[in-house]
Design a binder for this molecule. Sequence first.
Ligand code: RFL
Ligand code: PHB
Length: 421
Amino acid sequence: MPIPAPIPVPVPVHTTVGIIGAGPAGLLLARLLHDAGIDCVVLESRDRAYIEQRQRAGILEQSTVDVLRSAGAGERMDREGLPHDGIELRYDRRSHRIDFPSLTGGRRVMVYAQTEMVKDLVAQQLADGAPLFFDAEVAGIEGVHDVNDTATATGAPTIHFHHRDRGPATLTCDYIVGCDGFHGVARNAVPAGLRRTYERTYPYSWLGVLAQAPPAYDELIYAHSSRGFALASMRSPTVSRLYLQVPGGTDPAEWPDARIWDELDARLATDADPGWKLERGPVVAKSVLPMRSWVVEPMRYGRLLLAGDAAHIVPPTGAKGLNLAVADVVVLARALVQRHVTGSTELLDAYSETCLRRVWRAEHFSYAMTELLHTDPAHSAFETKLQLSQLDRIAHSRHAAAELAENYTGLPIAPPSPYAS
Ligand code: RFL
Ligand code: PHB
């Protein structure tokens, strides 16, 4: 069904918090600030249909689920999402289940696609939230170095953007938040001499497949095999989301449907169930995703704050990217509420450090899961033996399994401040 065109509303010339990007980070931040009575405006370069259809993450950590519920955006998630209590690891033709609640004191995850979470947040925001403008591409920002609390219209942080129908415009703000993802422009306002980036690329990619076929199993299966990594995930009881490790630079056209299914069956094979095969169905989307670990520090410069993929990227093996974006904006909303209610910038001053502590744990987990489960073309038999030994340790040691389960279900977001709404 076509999405009705929104009723044109004037773009404000000033707001308290200007948010660049309507991905999960920007949309959730706008909801949390609006609920706390703080003015904000969201500028998004793409149109609504595009951001609502972009196939991306699928696993929500326990704390992401809790945050969405408390923000009033959890109703459809609770109806249609699939709560999961564990994952299955397959390696060396063996299978081992990791049970989250028993290893983490009751934590679990929810299978609910990022596309659906974005649809819920957009609908909520357009119904009763802060102004959200699609087709509004930010070209640059200035004035963020002004950390003087009495910012005036002349010295205020300013966003320069171009709206598809209304042309060039500016928005002055007390604070600007760059939620504009890995390819965004906001972080360019941090002087190069103050910005540090940390990066690792991996010598393989994922072929991501969406198929109209029932999921392989009632939980996700992560498989290490000599043919490469495979992951069987899902979107609903009738739609599967499947991933195969492929060489970097692979053209999805090299992977006709039959080849995809045959390869998944081969990589997921287990002696625990020798006849086991995936149920096949039409493949409706295929794309190749590069794998990267990347962090920019600091996440704050003057009146500019960075959140989500604008500040850090993880390889998707640990299902952390979307959840990190949510954790950042929860910490940021608390800090902006404290500033609004008490005038104190204590939490804002600590924002970068607070987030980066958790970000680096997620970077480590995502890197470790990636290295553990993939077949690196440069690896020797020695490194493959180390991978199998570590998988066996996870299967046989409660401590090792608990470490995986705690990280997968999500480390706690920093404690709430007394000013949290
Ligand atoms: P997003 O979702 O990238 O949103 C950024 C938004 O900013 C807009 N934008 C601009 N708007 C105005 N002016 C500009 N100049 C702008 N430049 C950019 C963009 O159009 C966009 O709408 O970042 P956010 O909100 O931080 O959310 C992060 C998550 O989206 C991301 O971490 C995850 O999706 C990562 N990720 C995955 N994570 C998982 O946990 N599991 C996965 O399976 C998984 N698959 C993926 C992914 C990321 C992908 N990307 C980024 C290529 C698959 C892909 C393809
Ligand atoms: C997904 O369902 O898209 C998904 C699940 C787990 C991951 C990555 C992606 O680790």
